[in-house]
Design a protein around this ligand. Sequence first.
Ligand SMILES: Nc1nc2c(ncn2[C@@H]2O[C@H](COP(=O)(O)OP(=O)(O)O)[C@@H](O)[C@H]2O)c(=O)[nH]1
Ligand SMILES: [Mg+2]
Length: 196
Amino acid sequence: MINFRTTRFLKSCPSNKTLPKDLAAEVAFSGRSNVGKSSVINSLVGQKKLAKSSSVPGKTREINLFDINAKCRLVDLPGYGYAKVSKKEQERWGWEMTRYIMERENLKGVVIIMDMRHPLTALDRDMIELVRDSGRAFAFLLNKADKLGKNDRIKTVKKVEKELESMNLPAILIPYSAEKKIGVSELAKLLSGWME
Ligand SMILES: Nc1nc2c(ncn2[C@@H]2O[C@H](COP(=O)(O)OP(=O)(O)O)[C@@H](O)[C@H]2O)c(=O)[nH]1
Ligand SMILES: [Mg+2]
């Protein structure tokens, strides 16, 4: 099992051109703006402020890379679907993201983070298609589980599982709360399996 506590910030890249050498195993986090990507990374590494989290959506406009150790990295991809960003900028980011996911040699898997209260939006489905086309391993985190009661959590997991099956995409689903630290050890185990 990987020790995530040693994770350090490596680099922010405004485009694929400035990415560090493709020499370490990477796992990437993707999701709608404000879904809690940065918070999930912080909860995983047990540090409050490693990835910048903010209540203002759409702030992360870059590919942020973190070194877990000499051989493994975490990658925070730009959030999608923030309406106040221009169409042109969103499009450019779509291309950067597509390129990273399709071409990155040492990308071992993608974690698609969704809000447990609003899973599988149209933009999430676009991301799912992209990841499927790339042939990468992937899994889903249903974040903000603390906002739902126990019964609604169970219902949501069943509903999402069913929909993914109907898309012919059986996948790992982890109910998660970055705030209440629910699902952290499952996530750590999953990523360790991908990278080791
Ligand atoms: N209740 C709750 N709020 C969360 C959780 N994860 C993130 N948030 C909040 O959601 C907002 C966006 O989080 P952030 O990590 O910046 O999202 P990002 O834009 O996807 O990186 C912040 O106000 C967080 O405090 C969670 O598990 N539960
Ligand atoms: Mg963020």
